[in-house]
Design a binder for this molecule. Structure first.
Ligand code: ATP
Length: 229
Protein backbone atom coordinates (compact mmCIF):
# COMPACT_ATOMS: atom_id res chain seq x y z
CA UNK A 1 0.00 0.00 0.00
CA UNK A 2 1.24 3.49 -0.81
CA UNK A 3 1.87 5.68 2.25
CA UNK A 4 1.06 8.82 0.26
CA UNK A 5 -0.73 8.84 -3.07
CA UNK A 6 -1.66 11.88 -5.14
CA UNK A 7 -3.98 11.24 -8.08
CA UNK A 8 -4.50 14.06 -10.60
CA UNK A 9 -4.21 16.68 -7.87
CA UNK A 10 -4.69 20.33 -8.79
CA UNK A 11 -4.65 23.22 -6.35
CA UNK A 12 -5.69 26.83 -6.87
CA UNK A 13 -5.20 29.81 -4.57
CA UNK A 14 -7.93 32.08 -5.97
CA UNK A 15 -7.18 32.18 -9.70
CA UNK A 16 -3.58 30.98 -9.32
CA UNK A 17 -3.05 27.31 -10.19
CA UNK A 18 -0.08 26.21 -8.07
CA UNK A 19 -0.33 22.44 -8.61
CA UNK A 20 -1.37 21.14 -12.02
CA UNK A 21 -2.69 17.60 -12.37
CA UNK A 22 -0.04 16.00 -10.15
CA UNK A 23 0.14 12.23 -9.59
CA UNK A 24 2.80 10.36 -7.62
CA UNK A 25 3.03 7.90 -4.75
CA UNK A 26 5.39 7.04 -1.92
CA UNK A 27 5.77 3.39 -1.00
CA UNK A 28 6.11 2.12 2.57
CA UNK A 29 9.61 2.44 4.02
CA UNK A 30 10.92 4.52 1.11
CA UNK A 31 12.45 8.00 1.22
CA UNK A 32 11.22 10.43 -1.39
CA UNK A 33 12.93 13.68 -2.39
CA UNK A 34 10.42 16.40 -3.33
CA UNK A 35 12.41 18.82 -5.45
CA UNK A 36 11.65 22.22 -6.91
CA UNK A 37 12.60 25.85 -7.09
CA UNK A 38 10.97 28.44 -4.76
CA UNK A 39 7.29 28.57 -5.59
CA UNK A 40 7.29 25.20 -7.37
CA UNK A 41 4.58 23.91 -5.05
CA UNK A 42 6.49 21.85 -2.45
CA UNK A 43 5.01 23.54 0.62
CA UNK A 44 1.52 23.38 -0.87
CA UNK A 45 2.04 19.64 -1.41
CA UNK A 46 3.10 19.28 2.25
CA UNK A 47 0.03 21.27 3.40
CA UNK A 48 -2.18 18.89 1.42
CA UNK A 49 -0.50 15.82 2.92
CA UNK A 50 -0.88 17.24 6.44
CA UNK A 51 -4.55 17.93 5.74
CA UNK A 52 -4.14 21.68 6.35
CA UNK A 53 -5.76 22.49 3.02
CA UNK A 54 -7.80 20.56 0.49
CA UNK A 55 -7.28 19.82 -3.20
CA UNK A 56 -9.16 21.88 -5.80
CA UNK A 57 -9.53 18.66 -7.80
CA UNK A 58 -8.09 15.16 -7.69
CA UNK A 59 -7.50 12.87 -4.74
CA UNK A 60 -4.94 12.51 -2.01
CA UNK A 61 -4.60 9.49 0.21
CA UNK A 62 -2.32 9.50 3.28
CA UNK A 63 -1.69 6.35 5.31
CA UNK A 64 -4.73 4.79 3.72
CA UNK A 65 -7.07 7.72 4.46
CA UNK A 66 -8.57 9.91 1.76
CA UNK A 67 -8.35 13.66 1.96
CA UNK A 68 -5.05 14.24 3.72
CA UNK A 69 -3.66 13.58 7.19
CA UNK A 70 -6.81 13.02 9.26
CA UNK A 71 -4.82 12.47 12.46
CA UNK A 72 -1.77 14.27 11.18
CA UNK A 73 -0.38 15.40 14.53
CA UNK A 74 -0.01 11.78 15.68
CA UNK A 75 0.67 9.85 12.51
CA UNK A 76 2.86 12.29 10.62
CA UNK A 77 6.05 13.80 12.01
CA UNK A 78 6.73 17.22 10.51
CA UNK A 79 9.93 19.26 10.69
CA UNK A 80 9.25 22.67 9.09
CA UNK A 81 11.99 24.79 7.53
CA UNK A 82 13.63 27.03 10.16
CA UNK A 83 11.81 25.48 13.08
CA UNK A 84 11.01 28.03 15.82
CA UNK A 85 10.36 27.12 19.45
CA UNK A 86 9.68 29.28 22.50
CA UNK A 87 13.21 30.53 23.24
CA UNK A 88 12.62 30.85 26.99
CA UNK A 89 11.76 27.15 27.42
CA UNK A 90 14.34 24.42 27.79
CA UNK A 91 14.72 21.63 25.24
CA UNK A 92 13.17 19.18 27.69
CA UNK A 93 10.22 21.49 28.44
CA UNK A 94 9.29 21.96 24.80
CA UNK A 95 9.57 18.25 24.04
CA UNK A 96 7.46 17.43 27.11
CA UNK A 97 4.85 19.94 25.91
CA UNK A 98 4.69 18.34 22.45
CA UNK A 99 4.71 14.85 23.98
CA UNK A 100 1.55 15.72 25.94
CA UNK A 101 -0.12 17.10 22.80
CA UNK A 102 0.75 13.95 20.88
CA UNK A 103 0.00 11.50 23.69
CA UNK A 104 3.65 10.34 23.81
CA UNK A 105 5.36 9.29 27.05
CA UNK A 106 8.04 11.09 29.07
CA UNK A 107 10.14 7.95 28.54
CA UNK A 108 10.08 8.71 24.82
CA UNK A 109 11.14 12.32 25.48
CA UNK A 110 14.21 11.00 27.30
CA UNK A 111 14.99 8.46 24.58
CA UNK A 112 14.70 11.06 21.83
CA UNK A 113 16.83 13.62 23.67
CA UNK A 114 19.48 10.92 23.90
CA UNK A 115 19.06 9.89 20.28
CA UNK A 116 19.47 13.43 18.90
CA UNK A 117 22.44 14.14 21.18
CA UNK A 118 20.69 16.74 23.34
CA UNK A 119 20.48 14.87 26.66
CA UNK A 120 22.98 17.12 28.43
CA UNK A 121 21.70 20.34 26.76
CA UNK A 122 18.06 19.52 27.56
CA UNK A 123 18.10 21.63 30.73
CA UNK A 124 19.28 24.75 28.87
CA UNK A 125 16.97 27.31 27.30
CA UNK A 126 16.43 27.02 23.56
CA UNK A 127 17.67 30.58 23.02
CA UNK A 128 21.19 29.28 23.81
CA UNK A 129 20.99 26.53 21.14
CA UNK A 130 22.84 26.63 17.83
CA UNK A 131 20.84 26.24 14.60
CA UNK A 132 21.96 22.59 14.38
CA UNK A 133 20.78 21.92 17.93
CA UNK A 134 17.40 23.52 17.16
CA UNK A 135 17.03 21.36 14.06
CA UNK A 136 17.86 18.23 16.08
CA UNK A 137 15.30 19.29 18.68
CA UNK A 138 12.85 19.82 15.81
CA UNK A 139 13.57 16.31 14.57
CA UNK A 140 13.01 14.92 18.08
CA UNK A 141 9.66 16.80 18.16
CA UNK A 142 8.75 15.31 14.77
CA UNK A 143 9.60 11.79 15.99
CA UNK A 144 7.44 11.94 19.13
CA UNK A 145 4.63 9.42 18.92
CA UNK A 146 6.62 7.23 16.50
CA UNK A 147 5.07 8.57 13.28
CA UNK A 148 4.74 6.28 10.27
CA UNK A 149 5.52 9.17 7.94
CA UNK A 150 8.16 11.84 8.46
CA UNK A 151 8.18 15.08 6.43
CA UNK A 152 11.31 17.22 6.52
CA UNK A 153 11.17 20.62 4.81
CA UNK A 154 14.64 21.77 3.72
CA UNK A 155 16.09 20.20 6.88
CA UNK A 156 19.70 21.24 6.36
CA UNK A 157 19.33 24.82 5.08
CA UNK A 158 21.66 27.05 7.09
CA UNK A 159 23.37 24.16 8.88
CA UNK A 160 27.14 23.80 8.93
CA UNK A 161 28.62 20.59 7.42
CA UNK A 162 28.94 18.83 10.80
CA UNK A 163 25.35 19.61 11.84
CA UNK A 164 24.18 18.52 8.36
CA UNK A 165 26.02 15.22 8.71
CA UNK A 166 24.55 14.67 12.19
CA UNK A 167 21.03 15.29 10.90
CA UNK A 168 21.53 12.89 8.00
CA UNK A 169 22.87 10.22 10.36
CA UNK A 170 19.69 10.53 12.43
CA UNK A 171 17.63 10.27 9.27
CA UNK A 172 19.53 7.12 8.30
CA UNK A 173 18.52 5.59 11.66
CA UNK A 174 14.85 6.40 10.97
CA UNK A 175 15.14 4.73 7.57
CA UNK A 176 16.54 1.58 9.15
CA UNK A 177 13.52 1.53 11.46
CA UNK A 178 11.27 1.50 8.39
CA UNK A 179 9.90 5.06 8.63
CA UNK A 180 8.65 6.46 5.31
CA UNK A 181 10.20 9.88 4.71
CA UNK A 182 9.60 12.88 2.42
CA UNK A 183 12.42 15.43 2.17
CA UNK A 184 11.67 18.75 0.46
CA UNK A 185 14.76 20.21 -1.12
CA UNK A 186 15.93 22.63 -3.77
CA UNK A 187 18.77 20.41 -4.92
CA UNK A 188 19.82 16.78 -5.21
CA UNK A 189 23.39 16.95 -3.83
CA UNK A 190 23.45 16.22 -0.11
CA UNK A 191 20.14 14.35 0.05
CA UNK A 192 20.99 12.02 -2.85
CA UNK A 193 22.45 9.17 -0.75
CA UNK A 194 19.29 9.04 1.36
CA UNK A 195 16.51 9.03 -1.19
CA UNK A 196 15.25 6.22 -3.41
CA UNK A 197 12.33 8.04 -4.99
CA UNK A 198 12.14 11.54 -6.46
CA UNK A 199 9.42 13.96 -7.51
CA UNK A 200 10.49 17.06 -9.42
CA UNK A 201 8.10 20.01 -9.57
CA UNK A 202 8.52 23.09 -11.74
CA UNK A 203 5.95 25.90 -11.46
CA UNK A 204 3.36 23.46 -10.18
CA UNK A 205 3.93 20.90 -12.93
CA UNK A 206 5.37 17.43 -12.56
CA UNK A 207 8.69 17.31 -14.39
CA UNK A 208 9.56 13.75 -13.38
CA UNK A 209 8.77 11.16 -10.72
CA UNK A 210 9.75 7.62 -9.83
CA UNK A 211 12.58 5.53 -8.49
CA UNK A 212 15.83 7.48 -8.44
CA UNK A 213 17.66 4.52 -10.01
CA UNK A 214 15.26 4.63 -12.99
CA UNK A 215 15.23 8.41 -13.25
CA UNK A 216 19.00 8.35 -13.42
CA UNK A 217 18.68 6.72 -16.87
CA UNK A 218 17.25 10.03 -18.12
CA UNK A 219 20.19 11.99 -19.42
CA UNK A 220 18.81 15.34 -18.30
CA UNK A 221 17.76 14.34 -14.75
CA UNK A 222 20.64 15.98 -12.83
CA UNK A 223 20.16 19.09 -14.96
CA UNK A 224 16.46 19.16 -14.07
CA UNK A 225 17.13 18.88 -10.35
CA UNK A 226 20.08 21.22 -10.25
CA UNK A 227 18.26 23.66 -12.55
CA UNK A 228 15.38 23.83 -10.09
CA UNK A 229 17.74 24.91 -7.31
P1 ATP B 1 9.30 27.59 -1.24
O1 ATP B 1 10.51 26.73 -1.36
O2 ATP B 1 9.56 29.04 -1.47
O3 ATP B 1 8.49 27.33 0.01
P2 ATP B 1 7.41 25.98 -2.66
O4 ATP B 1 7.89 25.09 -3.73
O5 ATP B 1 7.18 25.38 -1.32
O6 ATP B 1 8.36 27.19 -2.50
P3 ATP B 1 4.70 26.93 -2.43
O7 ATP B 1 4.96 27.60 -1.11
O8 ATP B 1 3.86 25.72 -2.44
O9 ATP B 1 6.05 26.62 -3.19
O10 ATP B 1 4.05 28.03 -3.37
C1 ATP B 1 3.54 27.76 -4.68
C2 ATP B 1 2.85 29.02 -5.20
O11 ATP B 1 1.66 29.25 -4.43
C3 ATP B 1 3.68 30.29 -5.11
O12 ATP B 1 3.42 31.05 -6.25
C4 ATP B 1 3.13 30.97 -3.86
O13 ATP B 1 3.26 32.39 -3.96
C5 ATP B 1 1.66 30.55 -3.89
N1 ATP B 1 1.06 30.46 -2.55
C6 ATP B 1 1.52 29.66 -1.54
N2 ATP B 1 0.71 29.76 -0.46
C7 ATP B 1 -0.29 30.62 -0.80
C8 ATP B 1 -1.46 31.12 -0.13
N3 ATP B 1 -1.75 30.73 1.11
N4 ATP B 1 -2.26 31.99 -0.80
C9 ATP B 1 -1.96 32.36 -2.06
N5 ATP B 1 -0.90 31.92 -2.77
C10 ATP B 1 -0.07 31.07 -2.15
Amino acid sequence: MAVVELTNVSKYYDQLEVLKDISWSLEQGQTLGLFGHNGAGKTTTVRLILGLTGTSSGQISVLGKQGGGIDAHREIGFLPENVMFYPQLTGREILTYFARLKGASIGQVNDLLEQVGLASAAKHRIKTYSKGMRQRLGLAQALLGEPKLLILDEPTVGLDPIATQELYELMGKMQKQGTSIIICSHVLPGVEPFINQAVILARGQLEASGKLSELRQQADLPVKIIATG
